[in-house]
Ligand binder design. Structure first.
Ligand code: IMP
Ligand code: MG
Length: 194
């Protein structure tokens, strides 16, 4: 990782290395290939955080999947606590009767995913499964079953491999804990109750 001295200055500790990510994504790809064999499968990437994980994962799945991208936002006044999120970019095609896998970067409170799952159920999906690279169980506010998750992490704000702070650090190739110095002066502290 000497290739990233600038970004690494802001990382307190690496939680998941490149090698661990690669191995976990390959394993998950094999599992999904096995579990959804013969099914009409749509995989939905939740932008932007899941983009890197998604692009690695779908290349490990030996099935004729359909790709879709959604962007949602949990920003805005009362929306955070209620779990109502805004859809900024919607699916290109309908999902009636189809087997859907939602691909997320991290499940924190679970509010975003529980909204999204309900929303897709209402559109008549045949089945909905949830894949998340990371799981932060300590912060959960709603009970949401995660069907496939790669790593469970402690209650720390992490960046890299798609995850951001203030739209930065997504290109850092490992999962690391962001140094609190980066956000301690900032009003947009990621540790606020969002
Ligand atoms: P939830 O509704 O609280 O589960 O929110 C999940 C979303 O919050 C994720 O898709 C991320 O965009 C963001 N998020 C939660 N925890 C972290 C973190 O540690 N680092 C970066 N983004 C995070
Ligand atoms: Mg984010």
């Amino acid at each position: 990782m000497d290739q990233f001295p600038t970004l690494k200055k802001d990382i307190l500790e690496i939680l998941v290395t490149r090698a661990q990510l690669k191995e976990a994504v390959e394993k998950l790809g094999r599992t999904i290939t096995r579990d959804f064999k013969g099914k009409d499968l749509v995989m939905i990437c939740i932008l932007k955080g899941a983009a890197i994980f998604y692009s690695d994962l779908i290349r490990q799945i030996d099935l004729p999947i359909r790709t879709e991208f959604m962007a949602i936002s949990s920003y805005g006044s009362a929306t955070k606590t209620s779990g109502v999120v805004r859809i900024l970019k919607d699916l290109d095609h309908d999902i009636v009767g189809q087997h859907v896998i939602i691909v997320e970067d991290i499940i924190d409170t679970g509010l975003t995913l529980s909204f999204l799952k309900k929303n897709l159920e209402d559109r008549g999906a045949g089945s909905i499964h949830i894949v998340s690279l990371l799981d932060k169980p300590a912060r959960r506010k709603v009970d949401i079953p995660i069907d496939y998750s790669c790593f469970s992490i402690p209650d720390a704000f992490v960046v890299g491999y798609g995850l951001d702070y203030d739209e930065k650090y997504r290109n850092f190739p490992e999962i690391g804990v962001l140094h609190p110095r980066v956000y301690s002066q900032n009003e947009n502290s990621p540790c606020s109750d969002d």
